[in-house]
Ligand binder design. Structure first.
Ligand code: AMP
Ligand code: TRP
Length: 332
């Protein structure tokens, strides 16, 4: 039996951090064994807000590809490609834009939210308004049934279903209605205890060196009430402990908490242990990345081959849509 299809993407906005790994990538790596998976580096989506300065675009695409491959996405198991290399997506996007009511796009909560958040930046553009229609196209062009995303993407998934339904209603059954495959809410805290995010400058990147990790962890704020290293501490208010909970084995974790409460371990030593565990965790990813960085042509080849496979699948759907819309002069 054919495997179910999943599709997901990320905008190329720079290197990925541990939050991206636990919030998305780790799950994709598991899912590639059970599903026919398509994963896109969505550069057109990046342009919807960052159209003015595109000087880093190619480097950002390369960084995302390197991070994906290092983290375990396997081109023999899934299809990895750059969105703009699959031009069939742009034609289907145009067709779907014909049937997408403006009001659906205008009332999309992410649209209103971003307009407010990025005030001052001129993003009141046609392309940005169409973001969810382009995302729907990404998914529908492969007839994907499932989309592994975070909760923030739910409104976009809802719109994708509405667009599929509308197309099916007007032109006949063509697209399945895609469902979100939610990653269980695991928000990874950053160096300052807030959600790990590039924009908070509190992130540890998959590509950070051991030295960078040691330095970053060394600057973390621990229990502010703890002045001397033998003062009793409270792991519950400590950002380092929040990360220990994710990266430290249970026995060592319990031991750490006990020693902290009893003032038997200082914050410097405790953070040194955390850094070590982070470095150990990232070691295989870092080694793989280093190997790939030295072979950029191999990475380019993987993306080209991915685009070729994606185009083949996308072309089939596009043909079907064109026929249904009577755009194909050769269809009977
Ligand atoms: P972004 O580039 O912020 O849109 O994130 C890309 C993906 O990583 C999305 O699926 C997010 O849900 C996920 N993500 C980003 N930061 C975190 C975090 N700190 N914890 C968990 N997931 C995250
Ligand atoms: N909007 C998604 C995000 O910001 C990225 C994205 C674009 C996407 N196209 C997609 C995700 C298709 C899943 C499926 O994270």
């Amino acid at each position: 039996m054919a495997k179910d299809i999943i599709m997901s993407g990320m905008r190329p906005t720079g290197k990925l951090h541990l939050g991206n790994y636990f919030g998305a990538l780790e799950n994709w790596v598991k899912l590639q064994n059970e599903y026919n998976s398509f994963h896109a580096i969505v550069d057109w989506h990046a342009l919807t807000t960052a159209y003015e300065d595109t000087s880093d675009l190619q480097q950002n695409i390369m960084d995302v590809a390197l991070d994906w491959l290092s983290a375990g996405l396997d081109p023999d198991k899934c299809t990895i490609y750059v969105q703009s290399e699959v031009k069939e997506i742009s034609e289907l996007f145009l067709l779907l834009s014909m049937i997408t009511p403006l009001s659906w796009l205008e009332r999309c909560p992410t649209y209103k939210d971003q307009l407010k958040q990025l005030e001052g930046k001129n993003i009141a553009n046609y392309g940005f308004l169409g973001y969810p229609c382009l995302m729907a196209t990404d998914i529908l062009v492969f007839k994907a049934g499932y989309v592994p995303v975070g909760e923030d993407q739910i409104p976009h998934l809802e719109l994708s279903r509405e667009i599929a339904r509308r197309f099916n209603h007007i032109y006949g059954d063509t697209f399945p209605e895609p469902e979100a495959l939610l990653t269980e809410a695991k928000v990874l805290p950053g160096l300052d205890g807030r959600k790990m995010s590039k924009s908070y400058e509190n992130a540890i990147y998959l590509s950070d060196t051991p030295e960078e990790i040691q330095k970053k962890v060394g600057t973390m704020i621990t229990d502010p009430q703890r002045i001397r290293k033998d003062d009793p501490g409270d792991p519950g208010v400590c950002s380092a402990y929040a990360l220990h909970k994710v990266f430290t084995k249970l026995t060592e974790l319990e031991d750490t908490a006990e020693k902290c409460r009893g003032g038997a371990i200082g914050c410097v030593a405790c953070k040194r242990n955390l850094a070590k565990n982070l470095i150990d965790f990232l070691e295989p990813i870092r080694a793989k990345r280093e190997e790939l960085v030295a072979r950029p042509d191999t990475v380019r080849d993987i993306l080209s081959e991915g685009a070729r496979k994606a185009r083949e699948a996308a072309a089939r759907t596009l043909e079907e849509a064109r026929k249904k819309m009577n755009l194909n002069p050769r269809s009977e």
